[in-house]
Design a protein around this ligand. Structure first.
Ligand code: PEP
Ligand code: MN
Length: 341
């Protein structure tokens, strides 16, 4: 009965007898079968899997896997595989003048990518929803004037073409991590994607969301830890820095940290940015506003430009002191902690 059920899903099944009892060896494309939770089927004692659940996202275990860390190019900025990146900008684009001024200031302070939301996923329908296509136009101008590549959020497949025209890195927000239709569309593009962890998502769910994009053919994916919701956390959020070594062990994709949404309050951003750099993140994405007290969204967690400058100095010093000496210099070798299973 179990063998027949397995075979119905197109895998080859062989019965083998051992001293410990009988077992069924399944070969072929077993991933669809595994999603049916065979460990819960009547008569099944145990399922032993030899291949990873996310073959594209995991370290090179199968012919589909990658053997070395993935380098994602955001415009001309390398992300991952030993390259550390600083992305900064306002939560939402509010007007051209301030976006341009901030873009120039942040570039001069060391930011390599400009962030800014045009389509904003707001908890309240009454909150500022972003300038939408006008915001995209402003971002295009910031890119042209400063030379900085742009990261901005795409919320809906309907807007994908317009956003992809301006964005060098397409952000999937925390609330959209499980928007699987959007992820499938992104899999068809050949453009980098910043996939933020859902604020209540497990690591497995994050990796499976990334697998949607990679299995579609787009391997330019950067993961981002942005804090998980927890009633016990300050500002109800806990930045899960333990996820950095965990993801490093399980995937070849670059790992960014967002200490702004991950802390919720501006005075906590720099300490958490320092911690993320020390824990081995491949970069940071930080919210900065010219006047946080006037911001139309997330002002409470925005740094002032001069605070971002302090962040850059401190994070750079930590990178140099702690992380860079431990990076492997051998091309093609796995970083410390990576597991080839
Ligand atoms: C953002 O980057 O402004 C944002 C909305 O982030 P998140 O999706 O992580 O909440
Ligand atoms: Mn924000």
């Amino acid at each position: 009965r179990i063998r027949r059920r397995l075979q119905k899903h197109g895998v080859a099944v062989r019965y083998l007898e051992s001293e410990a009892g009988g077992y069924l060896e399944v070969s072929g494309d077993d991933l669809p079968v595994r999603s049916l939770s065979p460990e819960s089927w009547e008569g099944v004692q145990r399922v032993v899997t030899l291949t990873p659940e996310c073959p594209h996202v995991s370290w090179g275990a199968s012919s589909r896997g990658f053997a070395s860390p993935t380098l994602v190019s955001v415009g001309s900025v390398p992300v991952g595989a030993g390259h550390f990146v600083l992305m900064a900008g306002p939560c939402a684009i509010e007007d051209l003048q301030h976006a341009l001024e901030l873009g120039h200031a942040l570039r001069d302070m060391g930011a390599q990518v400009f962030r800014g939301g045009a389509f904003k996923p707001r908890t309240s329908p009454y909150a500022f929803q972003g300038l939408e296509t006008e915001g995209l136009r402003i971002l295009a101008e910031v890119k042209a004037e400063t030379g900085l590549p742009i990261v901005t959020e795409v919320m809906d497949p309907e807007h994908l073409e317009a956003v992809a025209e301006v964005a060098d890195l397409l952000q999937v927000g925390s609330r959209s991590m499980t928007h699987y239709t959007l992820l499938k569309h992104l899999g068809k593009l050949r453009q980098p994607v910043l996939l933020k962890r859902g604020f209540a998502a497990t690591v497995d769910e994050l990796l499976l969301a990334a697998e949607y994009i990679l299995s579609g053919g787009n391997d330019q994916v950067v993961l981002c830890e942005r804090g998980v919701r927890n009633a016990a956390g300050t500002a109800q959020v806990i930045l899960d820095l333990g996820v950095i070594p965990e993801l490093r062990r399980r995937t070849h994709l670059p790992i960014l940290v967002d200490p702004s949404h991950g802390s919720g309050l501006a005075y906590r951003v720099i300490p958490l940015a320092r911690a993320a750099a020390a824990a081995g993140a491949d970069g940071l994405i930080v919210e900065v506003h010219h006047a946080p007290e006037d911001a139309l969204s997330d002002g409470q967690q925005a740094l002032r430009p001069e605070e971002f400058s302090q962040l850059v100095r401190e994070v750079t010093a930590i990178r140099q002191a702690l992380v860079e000496p431990t990076l492997s210099t051998r091309p093609g070798s796995l970083p410390a902690g990576a597991r080839k299973d």
